[in-house]
Design a protein around this ligand. Structure first.
Ligand code: UDP
Length: 140
């Protein structure tokens, strides 16, 4: 297995409930390393671009509103097979379907306010990381 980097967001429901440390503890205990991290307020334009792939979906407008409803923590996680490993730790999109012990099962409020984002492929990870971080901000 190769060492990979993936992109993670701790969403506004997580920052609002002071859960950033608890969520990152799940990732770090599982062996993922946080090699870049910052707390930001996304603009509407940023959120619309980031979730552009979903722009025709019925939930798009509400999702954008949710993502700008408070600060988020954006981060780069590094580790063996990091893209798939992170997705496994996150759990299913809908917390009702998420496996025991996953971040979404433990912490998510709803299918929308589901606490975390994670890249779904290595290709998207590279695009998403570059959208939020300069190379000099990533320190392994
Ligand atoms: N989402 C939503 N309603 C839905 C499906 C998704 O509000 O019916 C939101 C949810 O916050 C999710 C995000 O849109 O995390 C992106 O959806 P995607 O299908 O890419 O899920 P993910 O990769 O985050 O599990």
């Amino acid at each position: 297995m190769a060492t990979e980097q993936t992109f993670s967001i701790l969403k506004p429901d997580a920052t609002r409930r002071n859960l950033t440390g608890a969520i990152n503890a799940v990732y770090e205990k599982a062996g993922l390393r946080i090699v870049a991290q910052k707390r930001i307020q996304m603009s509407q334009a940023m959120a619309e671009t980031f979730y552009g792939v979903h722009k025709e979906r019925p939930f798009f407008k509400d999702l954008v509103s949710f993502m700008i409803s408070g600060p988020v923590v954006v981060q780069v996680l590094e580790g063996e097979n990091a893209v798939a490993h992170h997705r496994e730790l996150m759990g299913a999109t809908n917390p009702a379907n998420a496996a025991e012990g996953t971040v979404r099962k433990l912490f998510a409020e709803s299918i929308e306010a589901n606490s975390v984002h994670g890249s779904d492929s290595l290709e998207n990870a590279a695009i998403e990381i570059a959208y939020f971080f300069a190379g000099s901000e990533i320190v392994g």
